[in-house]
Design a protein around this ligand. Structure first.
Ligand code: WQD
Length: 346
């Protein structure tokens, strides 16, 4: 019997890559997305890649009535993967209420609908921001949370707490995946990151600077206590990240979980500095990047990268793509966006 998965935010960057992997692994997929940070064209692109068509509901997961209708219409749903949330860290500092409303209420609605519909499995899109600015590295899943540095990080801490306590009291099993820094794009260049307006994250800043959309990239500080003075992060290819969600669904649906609430760090386990990423981008893509060193950005941790041994051994998932794949796929996607496919070199 084909398993059916509801993917909230399935038209977004990580959501669309996960939908592609789910379809290619034989799952039936239902998407709930209000397109606030996604384009309807992504639906066709996912079908082109997979030759399959997910069911799409243009709804806001904050709308309990619309969500209840979807659960009634699509039952039985075997699992939910919950991506739908705002994720701009800097914006969340300026507009905390927007983030608490939009990132917490949908989770509440989802859990209530799941209980009514007897859907007992959910994979939650969590984040490395739950660790705050960690004391020790690499961070393990047991590393204690520090105070979140943004409202966005708080919503992920609250989300995990809601899910852990609900899983202890109700017929709901949960896997929370703590993403480190998702980058890259599908090799087809049909789907990728579509930042609306000025990007928030480093990689789209790099690619938009390289393509000329942004004049100059600013490196936010080179006076950190790191080898080259710039911040270290654990960049993870979005396709590897998508595959971790498929592995999580398999684990839940094949009843392999060791407890009702499980958490996994999803990263490569390898720290990479801003300058190292820039240098890799320039070398692999043979482009010169116009950048300057500027002041630090408030709220940035000097370094954070994952201990991924639990995901490797328990979830049986491991990142397969490296930094070179990430910078190549990101650049190919940016050029596709600007229809500037490089001339074939003879
Ligand atoms: C990375 C590094 C910046 C832009 C956030 C979220 C995290 C995840 C990924 C969702 C930092 C530096 C950046 C620029 C720069 N999202 N930088 N110049 O802040 O590590 O993580 O996005 O889950 O949860 O917290 O990502 O890409 O913004 O920054 O120097 O123009 O690049 O200072 O050191 P971040 P980022």
């Amino acid at each position: 019997m084909t398993k059916k998965i509801l993917v909230t935010g399935g038209m977004g960057y990580i959501g669309s890559h996960t939908v592609v992997e789910l379809l290619q692994h034989g799952y039936e997929v239902v998407i709930a997305d209000n397109l606030c940070n996604a384009n309807i064209s992504v639906l066709e692109c996912m079908s082109t890649i997979t030759q399959k068509r997910p069911t799409f509901y243009n709804i806001d997961v904050c709308d309990k009535e619309a969500l209840s209708y979807l659960f009634e219409k699509e039952k039985p749903l075997d699992a939910v993967i919950h991506f739908a949330a705002h994720k701009a860290v800097a914006e969340s500092v300026q507009k905390p209420l927007k983030y608490f409303y939009n990132n917490i209420l949908p989770l509440l609605n989802l859990l209530e609908c799941m209980l009514v519909a007897d859907c007992s499995n959910i994979v939650f899109s969590s984040s490395a921001t739950v660790y705050g600015d960690p004391d020790g590295l690499p961070v393990k899943e047991t590393t204690a949370f520090k105070k979140a540095l943004s409202a966005y990080g708080s919503t992920k801490q609250i989300g995990e707490d809601m899910l852990e306590k609900t899983s202890a009291a109700e017929n709901i099993k949960v896997i929370s995946l703590r993403y480190f820094n998702p980058v890259g794009a599908h090799e087809s260049a049909l789907i990728g990151e579509l930042p609306l307006g000025t990007p928030n994250n480093l990689m789209p800043y790099i690619t938009q600077t390289a393509i000329g959309k942004i004049k100059q990239l600013t490196v936010y500080g080179n006076d950190y206590d790191t080898a080259d003075g710039t911040c270290i992060r654990d960049y993870i290819h979005v396709v590897d990240l998508a595959k971790a969600h498929v592995k999580s669904c398999e684990r839940m649906l094949e009843d392999k979980m060791e407890s009702r609430y499980e958490v996994f760090n999803i990263g490569t386990g390898i720290g990479c500095s801003v300058l190292e990423l820039i240098n890799s981008f320039e070398t692999e893509n043979k482009v010169q990047l116009n950048y300057t060193i500027g002041p630090r950005r408030a709220g940035d941790a000097a370094a954070i990268y994952a201990d991924v041994s639990k995901a490797n051994t328990v979830l049986q998932w491991r990142a397969e793509k490296n930094i070179r794949d990430m910078v190549k796929d990101s650049w190919r996607w940016e050029m596709k966006l600007h229809n500037a496919i490089p001339q074939k070199t003879t």
